[in-house]
Design a protein around this ligand. Structure first.
Ligand code: NAD
Length: 253
């Protein structure tokens, strides 16, 4: 087992990629804090892990709230005595709003969840990891964090910021034994699309233009969880401050 004895906090762990990461990390021996806004779904993931003989604790947490971010990190220490792995995975889309259509409200909401959330959790986790002599941070970015038109402007900017956070933390804390990497998934079949209720027609058309370049079906969230396992484990001990793209080759063109 690749994560035996480790403790991991995973945000957005009640659905999609975060859920698959929680199930896989527990299967690989980790104690998992399943953190998410959605309490019922959190309980279901914790139940599934327990049914499979794993260890998990659920924390209902909104990553945009300082107290909630602190509570999920503290839960790792209180329940399992330490924190080895933090996965900042919770994220939301932006209705594909183009630059002229984005509202202040949407802009700040996307930035709060996708950028401020990871910042708060990382800020809380680093002193603990430093005291322990090391740790691993994984951020779920997106190919939208590396390219210009995979979504609207706010989502694109937010995921570019996640890549910036990843490089900054990876470099500055590497000498303290802490690695920080991001995953940039392409299109993956999860529930994230259900949030796209009133897309901006122009922004949507611009973002969809590149879909013709996809050479595979949408990915399975399990395919992203296995990348996260690689980054969480010692198999990736020399990988730091970088972004692993998992998009079936979409962005290779
Ligand atoms: P999902 O909607 O299936 O899961 C996201 C989870 O995050 C949900 O359980 C939701 O309740 C939770 N969440 C949302 N806001 C939160 C908050 N403020 N606090 C705590 N939890 C919150 O989506 P997913 O596709 O699995 O998304 C996971 C990550 O992957 C996101 O960061 C997303 O931007 C990124 N991503 C998704 C795709 C894709 O095609 N699905 C592609 C690239 C990147």
């Amino acid at each position: 087992m690749k994560l035996q004895g480790k403790t991991a906090v995973i945000t957005g762990a009640a659905s999609g990629m975060g859920k698959e990461m929680a199930l896989l990390f527990a299967k690989e021996g980790a104690n998992v804090i399943v953190a998410d806004l959605n309490g019922d779904a959190v309980n279901e993931v914790v139940r599934q892990i327990a049914d499979n003989g794993g260890q998990a604790k659920g924390v209902i947490a909104n990553v945009t709230k300082e107290d909630d971010a602190a509570a999920m990190i503290e839960a790792a220490v209180q329940s399992f005595g330490r924190l080895d792995i933090l996965v900042n995975n919770a994220g939301i889309m932006d209705q594909m709003m183009s630059a002229e259509a984005v509202t202040d409200e949407l802009w700040y909401k996307v930035m709060e969840v996708n950028v401020t959330g990871p910042m708060r959790a990382i800020r809380k986790a680093l002193p603990l990891m430093t005291r322990q002599g090391g740790g691993v941070i994984i951020n779920t970015a997106s190919v939208g964090g590396l390219h210009g038109s995979r979504a609207g402007m706010a989502y694109t900017a937010s995921k570019h910021a996640v890549v910036g956070i990843t490089k900054n933390v990876g470099f500055q804390y590497g000498k303290l034994g802490i690695r920080c990497n991001a995953i940039a998934p392409g299109a993956v079949a999860t529930n994230i699309g259900t949030g796209i209720t009133q897309p901006d027609p122009f922004g949507l058309e611009q973002a969809m233009a590149g879909m013709a370049l996809q050479r595979t079906e949408a990915g399975d969230p399990k395919q992203i969880a296995s990348v996260a396992l690689f980054l969480a484990s010692d198999d990736s001990s020399f990988v730091n401050g970088t972004v692993v793209v998992a998009d079936g080759g979409w962005s290779a063109y």
